[in-house]
Design a protein around this ligand. Sequence first.
Ligand SMILES: *Cc1c(COP(=O)(O)O)cnc(C)c1O
Length: 357
Amino acid sequence: MINLSKPVIGEEEKKAVLDVLDSSILSQGSNIKEFEESFARYIEVKHAVATSSGTTALQAALLAHGIKKDDEVITTPFSFIATANSIIYVNAKPVFVDIEKDTFNINPDLIEEKITDKTKALLVVSLFGLTPDMDKICRIAKKHDLILIEDCAQSHGSEFKNKKAGSFGTGCFSFYPTKNMTTSEGGMITTNDEKIAETSRMIINHGSKIKYTHEILGYNFRMNSISAAIGIEQLKKLDSFNKKRIENANYLIENLKNTRIVLPKVKENYKHVFHQFAILVENREEVQKILLENNIRSDIHYPMPIFEQPLYKRLGYNIEGFNVSKEVCKKVLSIPVHPSLSKDDLDHIIKTLKSIQ
Ligand SMILES: *Cc1c(COP(=O)(O)O)cnc(C)c1O
């Protein structure tokens, strides 16, 4: 069976975990700081704060920026639910903007019409490993004095004009096992703003800087030391994982370009790190069925826009318009692109898809 994702764990990660277990320092050890510093260096930002997950990174980042009740945060409806939910966690309101069909990311040209005097922040996602047009996004944020938060849960190492995702605004990463690098569960906040880093650090640790002195309401969103040990080793390999993902994607694109399948396009100025290889097909159910019969797993990211989720319907979201998001949700299909695929696997995927399309 060719899986859709597979964490690549080597001897280095195994040894690092055993070293932590032998040390008896399972939490708040020095390796958290080591992981944070190496991650900040990699993203080319001044500060990184390790968290228990990508979701808690998002929640803590919104809190650190002071997003609160009745504030509006503009975001995409085409993402994993955690993106929009993090806005609800802080009692603010997600305001959705439709996406672009060729990038699957928020359409920057539709953002300004959704800005009101309650809008406080843009929460943009670099979906499937590709950033939105960050020139446009940063220009809008600056013009309207909006906080910029980047959901980089799928874009470790992705770049726009040679600048890393997570370095434009406040970055939020996830290290869930399916992502481009993993710590099992885990996350990271990245920022150049010392105050935001400091506040985030308090929020993830019960609002305290000094032990048993709690200045603000905080949470336990800390990363554990076993995860950090895995993360330090995974980060060293991230570029090689991404290189393999990009090679696999290019091979799929090259060999599927003369079919009816709509393939990912990578434009100049973008480094796409292919967290997912998402295609558009008209007959998705049939394609998925035949792939599975040929031992190839695929998945739908995502079957509906977030505002169509039962939770959001109950919250009263109006679902008029959003034609691109709705169409993409009907046709999109993720096929394997992960670093462990062999050439035989890729050829088998190509041959199977060609037999249908
Ligand atoms: C995975 C993911 C998250 C959440 O990360 P967790 O570590 O699972 O909490 C948030 N946003 C996006 C876009 C994701 O893909």
